[in-house]
Design a protein around this ligand. Structure first.
Ligand code: ADP
Length: 490
C-alpha cells in the first residue's frame, strides 16, 4: 500500500493564520511546508509570518484586552474555556491523528496529549472566577485590598515536542486570568495550534483574544518577544533560545516564564521494586522518543542492583519496534533530520571516547520509511559524571547509566549537572525518598512513579532549566499582577 493511502492526509488542514478573529495569509505571502517525520513527505503548509503580521496580531490582542475581553465576566470566561475543553474532546480523534502525522509520536501518546490539552482548559475554566485578592488590616482608619489584574497581552512560544499540550498549558491560565494571547507554535508543528484557534472561536472567544501566528523563531518568534505591547512571554524550548528570549523581553521589561531543557535523574536504590523501576525508566526515556524536556535521561543506580536493572532494560529496549506513529509503533521517529543528526553525533562521540554502548546506538532502519528520522533505543552504560552525554541534553532515546555506591552519592550525582527540571527516585524507604526530595535541586520530584502528577502539579525548573511555574494554581502567578488599593476613612 502506498504511503498516501496508508497514512492519508486529512482534508481541510488550516493553511492560514488566525489574527483578530480572521483567517489570514502572511503579509509576505510566503508559506512553510510541514512534513511527516516518519516519511519525509510534505503534509501541509502554513504562513511564514513576519514583523507586520506580528504587529497585526499584537494590535488585535491589545484591542481585545481593553475591549470585549475586559467586559466579559470571569464566569463567562470560565464557560468559554469549559466549552473549549468539550470541543477539543469532540474533535479528539482528528486532532490526535494530525498531531501524530506532524510530530511523529505514536497515536496513543497523541491521544493522551489531546486529552491533556482538553484537561488544561477544563482545569483553568474552574479558576477564572476564583482569582481573589486579599484585604489588608491597617486598623480602623484605613481600608486596603488587592485586585488581581490581567498582566496584559501575553506571548506564547511553543516547542515541537508537545504542540497542542504546551499551547493549552499556556493559553488556559492566561485566558482564565483575563489576559489576551498571541501564540507562535514551532515551525515544525503548527497545525493543531491553528485548529485550536478555530475551536476557541467556536467556543465563543471574542475576536483578538487568542491569535495564532505561524513562522520561524528568528523572524516571527523574535518579533513577537520584542514587541513593546507584549507584557509577558511564556517560552518553552532550548536553553540558548530561552536566553535570547529573556534578553529580548528585558528591552521592554516584559516578564518571562522559561521552561528550558533538562538532564533529569531517575534514581534506583538497592531496595527498590525493580519491576516498577524498569517500567518507570522505559517510560522516562522512550516517551516521545526521548524528546521530552522532563525525560529521565540519566539512570542513577546503586551498584548492587545495576546488573539486575541492565538485564531487564537492555532486552526491553531491543524489543521496542520503530515505526509510523499512525501504526501506533512503540517508538516513532525524531522530529527532523537535524535532530537525528544531533542525537547520532552525541552517541558517536561518546562511543569514540570509549563509552560503553549497551544497546542501540545507531540510526533506525524501517521498511517503507527510508526517509524517516528514526533512531534506535540506546543505553550508554557506566558513564562517568563529566562525560558530555551526561552533562548535555540529547533530546532523543538515549539513556545514560550512572552507577553509585550509596544513597548519599546518588543525591550528589543527581545534582551533578547544570539542569534541575525534575528528578525521580525508586525506593521502599520513604524516609530516604523524602531526604532525596529535600536535597535534590529540581522543580518536581517523583517518588516511585516517574512523571507522577499532571495538570494540577506545578512544573518548572531550577538552574539552567529555567524559572517560573506552569501547570496547577501556581501557573496563574504569571498572568495576573497585584494592585493594592488603600483608602483613608474620614
Ligand atoms: P529547537 O532548536 O529544538 O527548535 P528552540 O528553542 O529554538 O528549539 O525552539 C522553540 C521555539 O522557539 C520554536 O517555536 C521556535 O520557533 C522559537 N524560537 C526560535 N528562536 C527564537 C527567537 N530568537 N525568538 C523567539 N522564539 C524563537
Amino acid at each position: 500500500m502506498s504511503q498516501a493511502t496508508r497514512w492519508a492526509i486529512p482534508d481541510g488542514l488550516p493553511e492560514k493564520m488566525f489574527i483578530d478573529g480572521q483567517w489570514v495569509a502572511s503579509a509576505s505571502g510566503r508559506m512553510i511546508d510541514t512534513i511527516d517525520p516518519a516519511t519525509g513527505r510534505v503534509i501541509g503548509r502554513f504562513p511564514d509570518a513576519n514583523t507586520d503580521d506580528v504587529d497585526r496580531a499584537v494590535a488585535g490582542a491589545r484591542k481585545a484586552l481593553g475591549g470585549e475581553w475586559r467586559a466579559t465576566t470571569p464566569t463567562m470566561r470560565g464557560r468559554i474555556l469549559a466549552r473549549t475543553a468539550a470541543l477539543i474532546r469532540e474533535d479528539a480523534e482528528r486532532l490526535a491523528y494530525i498531531e501524530t502525522l506532524e510530530s511523529g509520536k505514536p497515536i496513543r501518546e497523541a491521544r493522551g496529549d489531546i486529552e491533556t490539552a482538553a484537561g488544561y482548559f477544563e482545569y483553568y475554566a474552574g479558576i477564572a472566577d476564583k482569582l481573589q485578592g486579599d484585604s489588608i488590616p491597617l486598623g480602623p482608619d484605613f481600608m486596603s485590598f488587592t485586585l488581581h489584574e490581567p498582566v496584559g497581552v501575553t506571548a506564547h512560544i511553543i516547542p515541537w515536542n508537545f504542540p497542542l499540550v504546551t499551547t493549552a498549558r499556556g493559553a488556559g491560565p492566561a485566558l482564565a486570568a483575563g489576559c489576551t494571547a498571541v501564540i507562535k507554535p514551532a515551525e515544525q508543528t503548527s497545525l493543531t495550534s491553528l485548529i485550536l484557534a478555530d475551536i476557541l472561536h467556536q467556543a465563543g472567544l471574542p475576536a483578538g483574544v487568542c491569535n495564532v501566528i505561524t513562522g520561524y523563531g528568528a523572524d516571527a518568534g523574535a518579533s513577537l518577544t520584542a514587541h513593546p505591547d507584549v507584557s509577558h512571554v511564556t517560552f518553552t524550548g532550548s536553553v540558548p533560545t530561552g536566553k535570547t528570549v529573556m534578553k529580548t523581553a528585558a528591552d521592554h521589561v516584559a516578564s518571562v516564564t522559561l521552561e528550558l531543557g533538562g538532564k533529569s535523574p531517575l534514581v534506583v536504590l538497592a531496595d527498590a521494586d525493580l519491576d516498577a523501576a524498569v517500567e518507570g525508566t522505559l517510560k522516562a526515556i522512550y516517551l516521545n522518543a526521548g524528546q521530552v524536556c522532563s525525560a529521565g535521561s540519566r539512570l542513577v543506580v546503586e551498584r548492587s542492583v545495576h546488573a539486575a536493572m541492565m538485564e531487564r532494560l537492555v532486552p526491553a529496549s531491543e524489543a521496542l519496534a520503530l515505526g509510523h506513529g499512525l501504526d501506533d509503533a512503540q517508538l516513532g521517529p525524531l522530529i527532523s533530520a537535524e535532530q537525528l543528526k544531533k542525537v547520532a553525533d552525541y552517541v558517536d562521540g561518546a562511543r569514540a571516547r570509549s563509552v560503553s554502548v549497551a544497546t542501540g546506538g545507531h540510526i533506525g532502519e524501517v521498511t517503507d520509511m527510508e526517509d524517516g528520522f528514526f533512531y534506535t533505543p540506546t543505553i550508554l552504560d557506566q558513564v562517568s559524571a563529566d562525560e558530555k552525554v551526561v552533562q548535555e541534553e540529547i533530546f532523543g532515546p538515549v539513556l545514560c547509566v550512572q552507577v553509585v555506591d550509596s544513597p548519599e552519592q546518588a543525591i550528589a550525582v543527581a545534582n551533578g549537572t547544570d539542569f534541575g527540571l525534575v528528578a525521580g527516585i525508586y525506593t521502599r524507604d520513604i524516609n530516604r525518598a523524602l531526604e532525596f526530595a529535600r536535597d535534590v535541586d529540581s522543580g518536581q520530584v517523583f517518588i516511585n512513579q516517574f512523571f507522577a502528577g499532571g495538570i494540577a502539579t506545578p512544573f518548572g525548573g531550577t538552574k539552567q532549566s529555567g524559572f517560573g511555574r506552569e501547570k496547577g494554581l501556581a501557573a496563574m502567578a504569571s498572568y495576573y499582577r497585584v494592585k493594592c488599593i488603600t483608602t483613608r476613612l474620614t
